[in-house]
Design a protein around this ligand. Structure first.
Ligand code: HEC
Ligand code: HEC
Ligand code: HEC
Ligand code: HEC
Ligand code: HEC
Ligand code: HEC
Length: 429
């Protein structure tokens, strides 16, 4: 139908150039309007089927967060395409359902749209979700549609715009620029004022109708030169200098053996602020051991490749990952946190059993471009927390008997020290 209308429109136009008539112009534009409205419903037919029920949207959000978020955002490209408007661009809703169920089957069938997409994303394999039925996919689409139409404000700017990490930097350089500008203006004003006073002084000194009092005001006895050479002034300067030097020395002495703030330069400019912050990739995704074992693990290059086989492939920093894999050599990350060998620390005990957030010990890692040591990591630091922190006994049968015994003898909650958290042998081999 659209094609026919288009044909009529073109034919009319060609005729029109030969013989202009008002009715023809009118007719041709009516046709144009018809073409427009004949395409419009086709484009939005699929969107119309998508549910708008808040309960379905919220179910869709949790499905999306749990299964799709590692690779997709609604309003930004990540490993896979931005899903906004996908219901309008994909061949059909049924197509989307089968693609989510098993994308490689759809690509394998030679489907043109799927193959083109697969090529565009450097043949990155999307995970198959064979258990998802049509309703579940529809609920995800409902969430996608809601996020397309009114992006959540809180999550919006952080994920929408890949440039946000620089923005705070831009803001602070902006402020710095303003400060520098202000200082320059102030210095200029000062120079101009000094010039004016010296000129005025010279001029006034040339006049002879001034009495002694006026002269005293024009030529003050305290000159700047005198001030700089005066004893109190020299004393104050020396004192300030000594105080600053003293403070620096003391700070450095305190820091002997303590590496708080230690932030070595890493071989690849990997940023937690981008990965864990902006793209909200879960810590466990990379630090796979952190909930299961003593040590948190630094991810191998293969984990990076889950995304970087397709993301930012041209970046020189990413090329370093490819080089490491090609040469079969690990990336030589510089260790930031390091306890001496005599101490034993176990991550799963603290994170999984104790329920402590990474940030309690490591600080706001998701805001750091370069990881730095946030806590003291001294014995005093461990002990202090063991004295203050309640044991996370909820839902842990292992503690039931202990809690019962403890509650008979004490009104206070069970602390780590009560389960032996201060015993030397717990932390020392
Ligand atoms: C491992 C990463 C990954 C996960 C997880 C993932 N996808 Fe994808 N998705 C992709 C990639 C990559 C593409 C691009 C096509 C390709 O390379 O196969 C894609 C394409 C799509 C498309 C087609 C987009 C378009 O522009 O037409 C849809 C729809 C889609 N994914 C939905 C989902 C849904 C829904 C989920 C969660 C249930 C999900 N994906 C989970 C990686 C992923
Ligand atoms: C995309 C992968 C990835 C994610 C997600 C990630 N990290 Fe990392 N993490 C790394 C890599 C790679 C290093 C080593 C390079 C470095 O220190 O920056 C590292 C280093 C660290 C270190 C310092 C290790 C040392 O040498 O002492 C800490 C602590 C850390 N991550 C905590 C976290 C926390 C907390 C989160 C979640 C908020 C997180 N990471 C999320 C990849 C990741
Ligand atoms: C779950 C997906 C994912 C994983 C896994 C991942 N990255 Fe990334 N990475 C991204 C995204 C998305 C960006 C931002 C790309 C952009 O700015 O357009 C990025 C950006 C980067 C950048 C900045 C590139 C540049 O030039 O701006 C570096 C470097 C980087 N990643 C290194 C790593 C390393 C090393 C690992 C493995 C420890 C890793 N990434 C794992 C998704 C991932
Ligand atoms: C109770 C404090 C504490 C918590 C909570 C904690 N860490 Fe650590 N983390 C440490 C200490 C201490 C070290 C140094 C361990 C060592 O040198 O043996 C460390 C080291 C690391 C390292 C370097 C590699 C390693 O295993 O030694 C990574 C990566 C790391 N932590 C990630 C995490 C992540 C991710 C979380 C949250 C899931 C987390 N940490 C929670 C205290 C903590
Ligand atoms: C933020 C608070 C916190 C910090 C800091 C902390 N711990 Fe713990 N630790 C806990 C909690 C809570 C538990 C109890 C976990 C459980 O229920 O088993 C615990 C348990 C332990 C245990 C097992 C104790 C037992 O009796 O089973 C050891 C060993 C331990 N921590 C070592 C360390 C060391 C070593 C450090 C310092 C490098 C440290 N912890 C720092 C909170 C902390
Ligand atoms: C909660 C864990 C924990 C407990 C309990 C603990 N320590 Fe420590 N201890 C540490 C850590 C961690 C270090 C390393 C700190 C550092 O490097 O500053 C350390 C360091 C030390 C050192 C210093 C070694 C050096 O090279 O400076 C000595 C000695 C020591 N502990 C003895 C003890 C004795 C004795 C006890 C029992 C009364 C004890 N510790 C109980 C965690 C603990």
């Amino acid at each position: 139908g659209t094609a026919l209308l288009l044909y009529l429109f073109l034919k009319l136009h060609i005729n029109m150039t030969q013989k202009r008539s008002l009715t023809r112009v009118f007719l041709s534009f009516t046709l144009l309007g018809l073409i427009y409205f004949s395409i419009l419903p086709a484009a939005f037919a699929q969107e119309g089927d998508i549910p708008t029920d808040p309960a379905i949207i919220s179910a869709g959000k949790s499905l999306f967060d749990g299964n799709c978020k590692t690779c997709h955002r609604v309003n930004a490209k990540l490993v896979g395409p931005a899903l906004q408007d996908v219901y309008n661009r994909a061949p059909s809703i049924d197509w989307i359902v089968s693609f989510v169920n098993n994308s490689s089957k759809v690509i394998g069938s030679g489907d043109e749209y799927a193959v083109a997409l697969y090529e565009e994303y450097n043949k990155t394999q999307m995970t198959a979700f064979p258990s998802f039925d049509r309703d579940q996919v529809m609920s995800i689409l409902a969430y996608v549609k809601q996020e397309t139409d009114n992006p959540t404000v809180a999550a919006g700017p952080a994920v929408d715009d890949p440039k946000t990490p620089g923005e705070t930097g831009v803001a602070s350089t902006y402020i710095n620029a303003i400060m520098v500008g202000l200082i320059i203006v102030l210095v200029l004003i000062l120079v101009v004022l000094i010039l004016i006073t010296t000129i005025l002084q010279k001029y006034l000194n040339q006049r002879n109708d001034l009495d002694e009092d006026d002269k005293a005001i024009v030529n003050p006895t305290v000159s700047l030169d005198g001030l700089v050479k005066s004893k109190p002034f020299i004393f104050i300067v020396i004192f300030l200098f000594a105080a600053i030097a003293f403070k620096v020395v003391i700070n450095n002495l305190y820091a002997v053996g303590v590496q708080i703030g230690y932030a070595p330069k890493q071989p690849i400019a990997f940023s937690h602020k981008i990965h864990a912050g902006q793209y909200e990739i879960d810590c466990n995704y990379c630090h796979t051991g952190v909930r299961k074992s003593k040590s948190a693990n630094i991810p191998s290059p293969n984990i990076c490749m889950n995304c970087h086989s397709a993301v930012k492939t041209e970046s020189p920093e990413i090329q370093k990952i490819y080089a490491a894999i090609e040469n079969d050599r690990p990336i030589e990350w510089v260790r930031v946190h390091n306890l001496p060998d005599l101490a034993y620390f176990n991550h799963s005990q603290h994170v999984e059993v104790g329920g402590i957030e990474c940030q309690t010990c490591h600080g706001p890692i998701e805001e750091m471009d370069v990881v730095r040591q946030h806590s003291l990591l001294t014995m005093g630091w461990c002990i202090d927390c063991h004295r203050k922190t309640d044991v996370n006994t909820k839902g842990n049968e292992y503690y039931d008997k202990l809690v019962e015994l403890h509650d008979e003898g004490s009104k206070e909650a069970l602390k780590v020290e009560d389960i032996g958290g201060l015993e030397c042998s717990k932390c020392h081999y």
